[in-house]
Design a protein around this ligand. Structure first.
Ligand code: HEM
Length: 552
């Protein structure tokens, strides 16, 4: 070992011969700084997580080990885009209760659906929802979906809720008929006459790095453009033009996808929204749906000035209703709120309906027994090239069964709908109590496949399960349906139930019989496996079909 005096690197006590090396001392000092800067916080962090983990009241519940420690685990599962499938496997492994976050349980107890999703105002949405808000005049502003305060939510909903009721939606049937009639003509000209393949889903390469234009032979994203144009018409009497152009010409649909993915990813660790989208210095969030926002602003301004030439007062639309609510509820509704209501209609409504329609065609066409049964029921009532009347369509039992089965089997929202357990806690069927302040929720995909409710074949697409069984009397059938409906959370539940469900069901019940009674439809490749991405929305692409004029 060298003496310290031989070192040029620092003062040495006089006369002392030291048996150490200043480099070693410095290295030690540096490493203790390192210890302070890196190791100590890591230990503190570990201890914090360890204590939180050990003392958590949810520790007793089963689930993946890492999920109990950090929300990064569930973030990674959302990122993987196989969320619903992963959760299903976890429930198969652990049972009806799975701890998927340090403070979050995913429950598969349909009997609790009316407790957790109810109207008493005590169950509050978690912070998951908050990031789907916007900054208006420098202030974070929530809409009906993102508002977690139940009192404020009820205030926002009050002026508009009646416009989504069944009678109000039925008053819009004339609008819908126009979109359906246009769609039939488009299909005839674009696909039936030139004998081209029609894409019932999104065209290949959409939203990926490739150019944003149609590929030859796969021109039309039928369900999606129809759903967007339909909502454009009922919302402000104007189609976006996706059906005419046949592709996402202004990029809106791609941006809508990004904002829904942002909701799902950022919602796993809600504080990240303050670093990303709500960052006051440099917002890094998803791009706005500026095209649609601009259209909404233009339409509202023109309507308020009496300059909207396309609006026909005999055919009411949501914009008109929202403008009226400004007079009936001036203390709640201003022009900013009207834009919020308009945008929510589009973002919450178009893709959910498109996903449902696409799933219905995919699963039904894949099972020719089901397809033929549906086709013959529909054709016994409706003629070709005639928009199906909603009231007649609702009376068709097999169509009803197919729609229910599609909603059960492929819910457009396939992620846990988080709620905060109120004071007093939640008693689970196993007798354990989840204390107030913790989070629980159910996933429509998981409860929709509960084998105790739907039977051993719950993982099969089998619409006939919804029909009255041989030997089952009316009372028994009614009871079974009541039980099954508890497990149908496709539209959420309670006071936060989907506001647009009547509207989307009207579209589905009109469009499906109209298409089946007008065309012979078949999958181009009966073995087609579609693309999917399961996050908040269970999105899909594909379903390429050949359409021919109806042969019988
Ligand atoms: C098949 C179509 C649809 C499905 C599957 C669907 C699904 C859902 C679900 C599951 C929720 C509740 C989310 C939660 O509690 O966490 C919800 C809420 C909502 N949906 Fe839909 N939706 C559909 C269509 C529509 C349409 C067409 C509109 C509007 C025109 C719409 C507007 C809304 C609104 C405003 C909310 C928030 C309700 C509130 O919190 O008060 N949805 N939807």
């Amino acid at each position: 070992m060298a003496s310290a005096s031989s070192s040029a690197s620092g003062p040495v006590p006089t006369g002392a011969t030291l048996d150490w090396d200043w480099n070693t001392v410095l290295t030690a000092a540096q490493s203790s700084k390192l210890t302070l800067l890196v190791v100590a916080p890591s230990i503190a962090c570990f201890l914090w997580f360890f204590v939180a983990y050990q003392t958590s009241p949810l520790k007793k519940y089963p689930g993946p080990f890492l999920a109990g420690w950090t929300n990064l685990w569930r973030l990674s599962k959302v990122y993987g885009a196989e969320y619903a499938q992963t959760m299903k496997k976890l429930h198969e492994k652990y049972g009806p209760i799975v701890r998927i976050g340090p403070n979050l349980l995913d429950l598969d107890f349909p009997e609790l659906s009316r407790t957790i999703y109810n109207t008493d105002g005590k169950w509050v949405k978690s912070d998951f929802y908050k990031n789907s808000s916007s900054i208006i005049d420098g202030k974070i502003t929530y809409h009906m979906f993102s508002e977690t305060n139940n009192v404020e939510h009820a205030r926002l909903k009050r002026p508009v809720v009646r416009h989504y009721s069944v009678p109000a939606v039925l008053a819009m049937e004339a609008h819908m008929d126009k979109v359906v009639a246009d769609l039939l003509q488009h299909l005839k000209k674009r696909f039936v006459e030139p004998r081209k393949v029609c894409n019932f889903g999104d065209w290949l390469g959409y939203c990926e790095s490739g150019p944003r234009h149609h590929l030859p032979g796969y021109e039309h994203t039928l369900t999606r453009s129809d759903a967007w144009d339909f909502l454009g018409i009922v919302t402000f009497s104007t189609k976006f033009g996706y059906m005419e152009k046949g592709y996402d010409f202004d990029g809106t649909l791609a941006v809508a996808d990004q904002s829904i993915d942002y909701l799902a990813l950022c919602g796993q660790m809600p504080w990240t929204d303050y670093i990303l989208d709500k960052n006051p210095i440099y917002p890094l969030g998803p791009p706005n749906i500026s095209n649609v926002t601009n259209i909404a602003i233009q339409k509202m301004t023109a309507r308020l000035k009496g300059e909207d030439k396309v609006f026909n007062p005999e055919k009411p639309d949501f914009l008109q209703y929202f403008i009226e609510s400004k007079s009936t509820h001036p203390e709640i509704v201003d022009e900013g709120k009207i834009i919020g209501y308009l945008l929510l209609n589009l973002i919450a409504g178009a893709d959910t309906t498109a996903i449902t329609l696409r799933a219905l065609f995919y699963y039904t066409l894949k099972d020719q027994r089901v397809w033929k049964k549906l086709e013959s029921e529909v054709r016994s009532v409706f003629r070709a090239f005639e928009p199906a009347a909603h009231s007649k369509a609702r009376a068709l039992p097999y169509l009803d069964a197919v729609v229910n089965e599609t909603l059960r089997y492929h819910p457009a929202v396939s992620m846990i709908m988080e709620r905060i357990v109120p004071e007093g806690g939640l008693v689970l069927p196993d007798g354990s109590v989840v204390p107030g302040g913790q989070m629980v929720g159910m996933n429509p995909y998981i409860v929709g496949r509960n084998k105790k409710v739907f039977g051993e074949n719950a993982d099969d697409f089998y619409p006939d399960r919804w029909l009255q069984r041989d030997g089952e009397n009316d009372e028994q059938y009614k009871e079974r349906m009541q039980l099954w409906n508890q497990a149908m959370l496709q539209f959420g539940g309670g006071s936060r139930i989907c506001l647009g469900r009547n509207l989307s069901m009207m579209e589905v019940y009109k469009l499906v019989p109209t298409l089946l009674s007008t065309f012979d439809i078949e999958l181009e490749d009966p073995n087609e496996i579609w693309w999917y991405s399961s996050r908040w929305f269970y999105r899909t692409k594909g379903v390429n079909c050949r359409l021919r004029p109806r042969s019988d």
